[in-house]
Design a protein around this ligand. Structure first.
Ligand code: HEC
Length: 216
């Protein structure tokens, strides 16, 4: 009798598992690679152990679908960058399908080893030019990257290069900016800016960016 009453409760508390994807096989590998650097055991939102991550499953689905996590700041498709940590579409699909399929754990034997703490030292722009609105290139330069130096919390900035032949090259678009996410964005390929190119900085507030140049 007691069992008959409890059974429906148990069934609603545990969503049915409708996916073959598991935390220990597929999902932990993505999370260790793309999320662990900020969501370690001691962080506010630890996502290393299954039991810590499981309660966040719905939020994880939401964050990766909206492409808010991992935070990157730059809008996809507007400029191309070297160390873009964004998830690939198949990685996003895997996470979403795992969550929607009930977020199962899987067998512990498949768990990968814990990620090593990152030891790469961040690269820096050594030469460059601070641009607030507009800058016209006097002598041709090779642009290597951009670092926002002034941008309001939650603000946005778009930077383009208008070449003398009329072509416009999108350099970067930062949106919903958070100071905590300050970094240098290195272009995937350095961008040659011939003499007469105008670098335009658009925003609705006071902004400044450091445009990095390669040594001549
Ligand atoms: C560069 C650091 C960083 C990385 C990498 C990162 N996160 Fe986050 N994450 C944060 C910070 C900081 C917050 C807190 C956000 C805030 O303050 O609103 C957060 C918040 C979250 C939240 C909670 C959102 C909510 O509902 O409040 C989830 C879920 C999350 N991250 C998932 C992920 C996943 C999944 C990944 C990897 C795909 C990831 N994060 C990668 C820094 C990071």
């Amino acid at each position: 009798m007691r069992l008959l009453i409890l059974l429906p409760l148990l069934l609603t508390a545990h969503e049915p598992i409708t996916t073959k994807l598991t935390w220990t096989q597929e999902i932990s590998r993505i999370v260790y690679k793309r999320c662990a650097s900020c969501h370690g055991e001691k962080s506010n939102i630890p996502l290393i152990a299954y039991d810590d991550a499981r309660p966040w499953a719905k939020a994880i689905r939401e964050e990766v679908l909206e492409r808010r996590m991992p935070p990157w700041g730059a809008v996809k498709g507007f400029g191309e960058f070297r160390d873009d940590p964004s998830l690939s579409q198949p990685e996003i699909d895997r996470i979403v399908n795992w969550v929607e399929g009930g977020a199962p754990k899987g067998d512990d034997i498949y768990l990968p080893s814990l990620p090593a703490p990152p030891k790469a030292k961040p690269a820096r722009l050594t030469r460059g030019m601070t641009v607030r609105r507009k800058f016209t290139v006097g002598q041709g330069v090779t642009a290597t990257g951009i670092r926002p130096t002034e941008i309001p919390e939650g603000g946005w900035v778009q930077v383009t290069a208008a070449f003398p032949d009329g072509a416009v090259h999108n350099l970067i678009w930062l949106k919903d900016w958070r100071k905590a996410w300050m970094r240098t964005y290195f272009f995937r390929e350095p961008v040659w800016l011939p003499k007469g190119t105008t670098v335009n900085v658009y925003s609705d507030g006071p902004v400044a960016v450091l445009l990095g140049f390669a040594a001549r």
